[in-house]
Design a protein around this ligand. Structure first.
Ligand SMILES: N[C@@H](CCC(=O)N[C@@H](CS)C(=O)NCC(=O)O)C(=O)O
Length: 268
């Protein structure tokens, strides 16, 4: 199989954990390298040029081949290591459903991660005196709407989100909800309205590798919530990009209403 796979990630990151769980579930050998996204190391031009122009993790380096986007990493590895076909679909319809889920998830459940990010990490990044209630509200709206669709569509009459066997979307969705669980974002009253989703989530958490990749998050978010621990964030930008309402506390990213030379130039 050639060179050692390098997996650049951070354990607080939902997509990083999902692709890592995929590797562990499939006994894929890799070496992990934690990228400290509490700093701006991943925003530096050298990092972006070498690994990923978006600066985000996870990233997989396989010899002289580099790939980013968690689902693409898992798909690539599934092909490379000839993993069992339950992960990316056993037939045309299952494969279609998996693509459907991953497209839906990217702009719903994933962005609902803002509920966690703006509640738990944002105060440490931007300051405890800032008001993130609008971001949190938006995140919760997306999260709860996603839970409704999980309950009434994806898990309506299936054991796993895309079929009767586990597939990659189960890992992706589970790891997003794991952050909310660690951050105690979802009240019991909301879980009670989503019994199938809650039961599926508990089943997913029982998988040994879900526990392995999720341990850091439960431990450290627990310290924040129970012991008032404050992690030092050296960055001044959102860790979960795309969940900001405006750039008042997110330097370097354009937002509605901001003067944007690039757009003006291309319109000229
Ligand atoms: N769609 C991407 C999302 C990756 C992502 O959101 N990574 C976040 C951590 S959860 C990150 O690297 N944040 C640091 C940053 O944006 O600077 C994937 O699935 O890989």
């Amino acid at each position: 199989m050639g060179s050692t796979l390098r997996y650049l990630h951070h354990p607080a990151s939902q997509p990083c954990r999902a692709a890592m769980q995929f590797m562990l579930e499939n006994n894929i050998p890799f070496e992990e390298e934690v990228v400290d996204i509490t700093t701006d190391i991943n925003e530096k031009p050298e990092f972006r040029e070498k690994y990923n122009p978006t600066g985000q993790v996870p990233i997989l380096v396989d010899g002289d081949f580099t790939i980013w986007e968690s689902a693409a990493i898992a798909y690539y590895l599934s092909e490379k290591f000839n993993c069992p076909d339950n992960w990316w679909g056993r037939d045309t319809q299952e494969r279609g459903h998996i693509q459907q889920f991953m497209n839906w998830y990217a702009y719903t459940l994933r962005l609902g991660g803002g509920a966690f990010h703006w509640t738990i990490f944002a105060p440490m990044i931007y300051g405890y005196d800032k008001d993130f209630s609008a971001e949190i509200k938006r995140g919760r709206f997306l999260l709860y709407e996603s839970l409704d669709i999980m309950e009434n569509y994806w898990l309506k009459d299936r054991e796993f989100v895309c079929s009767d066997v586990i597939s990659y979307p189960d890992l992706a969705a589970c790891q997003d909800l794991l952050s909310h669980d660690a951050g105690r974002i979802i009240p019991e009253s909301v879980w009670d309205k989503h019994p199938k989703t809650h039961a599926w989530f508990r089943r997913m958490l029982d998988r040994p590798h879900a526990k392995t990749v999720g341990a850091w998050q439960y431990e450290n978010v627990g310290k924040i919530l129970d012991d008032g621990v404050k992690f030092e964030f050296k960055r001044k930008t959102a860790v979960l990009k795309g969940t900001e309402l405006n750039s008042g506390h997110n330097h370097g990213i354009s937002y509605a209403g901001q003067k944007d030379d690039y757009i003006q130039d291309s319109e000229a």
